[in-house]
Design a protein around this ligand. Sequence first.
Ligand code: HEC
Length: 108
Amino acid sequence: MKKSGQVASVFFFILTTMLMSNAWSAQEGTLSTGQVWKDGAEIYTKVCAYCHETNVGPQILNRQLPAVYVRAIVRNGNRAMPPFRASEIDDESLEKLTNFISHKTSQH
Ligand code: HEC
């Protein structure tokens, strides 16, 4: 009883915050400018693995997929695979990511 009351008030708080401060667009602003990726492995683990390590998408590591191909899929998407814009993964980070994916086997 107490717990569900807490959940409800947290939810209400989030809802009011969203409505009052237009949190959605504020959050998107933070995402597009504030995100700095450390390296390709980090992007893979935090973004791609969500689908590609869970059988939602096909395995992409250790397949020697050409970097150009990976980059094209990431930018354009492909059927169920969502596209990622430069505001989400900038060009430099995408370069690191495609290198990471293409050369995975040689890194062990
Ligand atoms: C929301 C789930 C999802 C996320 C997140 C995701 N993918 Fe995918 N990806 C898919 C699915 C599903 C497919 C298969 C698409 C199809 O063929 O219909 C796919 C296909 C691909 C392919 C083509 C594989 C092949 O066998 O030809 C590549 C390359 C790829 N993804 C790279 C990435 C990279 C790199 C990331 C991280 C930036 C990523 N994906 C994030 C769902 C996802």
